[in-house]
Design a protein around this ligand. Structure first.
Ligand code: BDR
Ligand code: CA
Length: 310
């Protein structure tokens, strides 16, 4: 089983990523660390706990950073994910609580105690990961790989240049992209190809289990807001492409690229400048996803839902 830490800001697509990883025979989730992003830390932590409780997952949840490393203003995404950060599903009263340990401390502890076999899977702003790297640099060589959802080599979704998870804490993203560890960058270039069309929602609804119900309720809100904001018929299910790509190493086509986060300019702040054509002659620091097997992705989502049984 591949050991992973999910670092996330649930968030509808983060929630589906937890669902996908939670009961998969190929994945062991050591912990879920939460960061502010789609909503405040308080809300994203509660959402992670609600998802785990609903799905019966005994994965420890750790609250991490509630603010970016340097920038003053927290960027939130209430337009897409709603006031709660997870509008749509209605949950039973929450019985679970987050762990006492801080998310950054957990990441450090888990990596220091490991044999270098953990993949970090960030699907929110990179604050927790960067803080862990700065606080305890000895964890860096212990990270097997970082498979992150963020960035784009083409068009952004917050500005023409920048994607949400990167612009929300570009300094943290800079720390991660300069860490020297292998990075798979799952950016908008591929996640915009996995649009959750009504046919997909109907297909999952037919499974007819509580896990399928959760997926349908999540996508109900997500698709509505994606349509309002971007005009998509089906919302791009960004975050689960990370776990799906670990489950199936052939899911993505990637290209090694030297990638630099823009932390200086005004117009292009937060852009992941990916040297697609190798102009800079600098060594690649990221495997950037350039294509995805869309049918295979939805098959993985379906079997992820089915893994919860009836
Ligand atoms: C990313 O931003 C968030 O709103 C989503 O959860 C995803 O991680 C897409 O840009
Ligand atoms: Ca996210």
């Amino acid at each position: 089983k591949q050991k992973v830490i999910l670092d996330c800001d649930p968030g509808h697509d983060d929630a589906v990523n937890i669902l996908l990883a939670g009961k998969n025979s190929g994945i062991e989730v050591l912990g879920i660390t939460v960061v502010a992003g789609n909503q405040s830390l308080e809300k994203t932590t509660k959402n992670a706990l609600n998802i785990c409780q609903y799905l019966g997952l005994n994965i420890p949840v750790y609250a991490g950073c509630g603010q970016p490393m340097i920038r003053d203003k927290q960027l939130l995404a209430g337009d897409i994910h709603g006031e709660s950060g997870l509008d749509g599903p209605v949950f039973e009263p929450l019985k679970r609580k987050e762990e006492a340990e801080h998310g950054v401390q957990f990441i450090i502890r888990a990596l220091m105690e490991s044999d270098g076999d953990i993949i970090l899977v960030p699907t929110g702003p990179l604050t927790n990961i960067a803080m862990a790297m700065r606080m305890e640099p000895r964890i860096i060589p212990k990270i097997k790989r970082i498979v992150l959802m963020g960035g784009c080599y083409q068009l952004g979704n917050v500005t023409p240049a920048a994607e949400f998870n990167i612009i929300a804490d570009a300094d943290a993203a800079h720390v991660v992209f300069t860490s020297g560890r292998p990075i798979t960058m799952v950016g908008l270039d591929v996640t915009r190809k996995v649009l959750c069309y009504p046919q997909v929602v109907e297909r999952m609804e037919k499974i007819g289990t509580p896990a399928a119900r959760l997926f349908v309720d999540l996508m109900g809100h997500f698709n509505k807001s994606q349509k309002q904001v971007f005009g998509w018929e089906g919302g791009p299910l960004h975050d689960p492409v990370t776990i799906a790509s670990i489950l199936d190493p052939n899911l993505l086509v990637t290209k090694p690229m030297y990638t630099e986060v823009d932390i200086r300019s005004v117009q292009s702040y937060g852009r992941t400048n990916c040297d697609f054509f190798g102009y800079s002659h600098r060594a690649a620091n990221a495997d950037v996803a350039v294509d995805i097997d869309v049918d295979r992705f939805w098959d993985l989502i379906e079997s992820g839902i089915r893994a919860y049984g009836s």
